[in-house]
Ligand binder design. Sequence first.
Ligand code: MRU
Length: 361
Amino acid sequence: MTKNIMQYDTVALDDKNSALVIIDQTQLPNNVEMLHLTEIKDIWEAIYLLKVRGAPAIGVAAAIGVYLSAKKIDINDYDEFYKQFKEAKDYLASSRPTAVNLFWALNRMEKVVLDNADKPVSEIKELLHKEAVLIRDEDVEVCKAIGEYGLTLIKDGYGILTHCNAGQLATVKYGTALAPLHLGAERGMKFKVFTDETRPLLQGIRLSAFELFSNGIDTTVICDNMASQVMKNGWVDAIFVGCDRVAANGDAANKIGTSGVAILAKHYGIPFYVCGPTSTIDMDILSGDDIPIEERKPEEVTEMWYKKRMAPEGVNVYNPAFDVTDHSLITAIITEYGIARAPYDKSLKEIFEKKAAQGKK
Ligand code: MRU
């Protein structure tokens, strides 16, 4: 019997074979192909090419990637080990700039090396293994908690619109924005979900629609420019999106097109929820103006998915992968420690105080 996509691990460690195991998301929904990556350059490329993507999944992949690199360093001298570890860390950190989970996970791994400088390298490698597995396992609990909080904001029968993929395929399990829907479905709730296609890389139509539909959730795909019509029809009770980096004031970077959806939501009076773990909240960045926005190759807009190039040769192309939704357009930010509402500079601080009180990293 063929497995439902929800039964696959989006990102995992095969320690015996020293491999990062991912679903190649560039092949979805047509082929479910698992990749076993053992070389750091292949892990870098998998992140850059979005074979593994979504802020939490990128963080987990990088943590496993840097552990696998450290495992290969055949040196007992701490300083030389740290030098090579740092090179691997910096290299993986250069794969994508916006999702802060990448840096958060790599910094957590580096802290293990720095805090244990007095220990033999073999022991540090073991601790790095433990940390990578912990980062992965925590993601499941974190997403479940986001799902539970999200569920308190919706009712059976709701129409929900989502943009990009902030589902299980973007995390280890459940997802962030799609977690309330997957959890609700487990409990017999019914939703009517509209997934924006999400140009140019089609995370909505290829990934969100695929995972929701595979999980038996009523799903309708729309092109990005149809969202206003769907809202005007009165079919959307709430909008749930993920995020790649949230600034301390609540401004939230997410997949390009998200801010337009938020502006429409305000016009139609629909609540607009941003779901994200605290690992996606960057309290060092005061506002969205300081969030680095990735720009990608023009061919993603002009050629990808088409049989023939669809733009005149030589025409200018602008291809930002993310945009920033102003905090004033966000009804609430749903984290694993609760639901933050405006003023976000205060409520997000309280979320982190709650996290610290529980001794979490
Ligand atoms: O370029 P991508 O596919 O990595 O962008 C992903 C998104 O924008 C997601 O909405 C975000 O990472 C949240 S994932 C839970």
